[in-house]
Design a protein around this ligand. Structure first.
Ligand code: HEM
Length: 169
């Protein structure tokens, strides 16, 4: 598994734990057992679970598993790395800071949360641009053999008259 995929998946698992804890706190608040200000964490919970966990896991696994253009060549990986930084920057700055809303309420919360969402949206678009050229048909062993045979036929046709036929070593 490439380094970027490992990072994506590890970050996704951390968000799963954080989002699960927030969800648990929301449930507890719903039962009336803790301070109702905890409802201020509903939006971060939704963002962390949907984008931090689910979307991030999908991005990490697809970076690893989508067909490569050539052996060990995964295309413009700088786009995927930028997307990783933007996604997590957007999550930490957006939802992370929004967690403070229960102690410091104000208009800033919505601005920060929406800016975080926009950054995450940008990251997802960038990743889509990166991944698009990697959506290729699967190359099977039979395809490779067919390609080799076609190449062999081409070589035989282009061979100068009288020269011995090509043999594979
Ligand atoms: C992949 C997992 C999860 C996803 C994508 C997810 C997503 C969401 C979203 C989008 C909302 C907002 C829904 C709304 O306001 O109508 C929500 C609310 C909530 N979630 Fe989750 N969640 C997940 C897991 C969990 C878990 C594990 C818990 C509990 C431990 C939990 C507890 C809650 C609670 C209590 C609410 C508030 C429900 C209400 O408005 O009454 N969630 N979740």
């Amino acid at each position: 598994m490439p380094r970027l995929s490992r990072l994506f998946v590890r970050f996704a698992l951390v968000y799963l734990i954080v989002g699960f804890i927030l969800g648990g706190l929301l449930l507890t608040a719903k039962a009336g057992l803790i301070d109702q200000r905890v409802w201020g964490w509903l939006l971060p919970h939704a963002d962390i679970m949907l984008v931090g966990w689910l979307v991030q896991l999908a991005m990490g696994v697809s970076f690893w598993i989508l067909p490569r253009m050539r052996r060990d060549y995964r295309g413009h990986v700088v786009l995927a790395w930028t997307s990783f930084v933007l996604l997590n920057g957007g999550l930490i700055a957006g939802s992370g800071l929004t967690l403070g809303s229960i102690w410091f309420p104000g208009n800033w919360v919505l601005i920060v949360y929406v800016s975080g969402l926009v950054t995450q949206g940008l990251a997802v678009c960038l990743f889509a641009v990166y991944a698009w050229p990697r959506i290729l048909p699967t190359i099977t062993g039979a395809d490779v053999r067919r390609q080799q045979q076609a190449q062999q036929v081409k070589l035989q046709r282009n061979r100068p008259r009288g020269s011995p036929p090509e043999t594979r070593q």
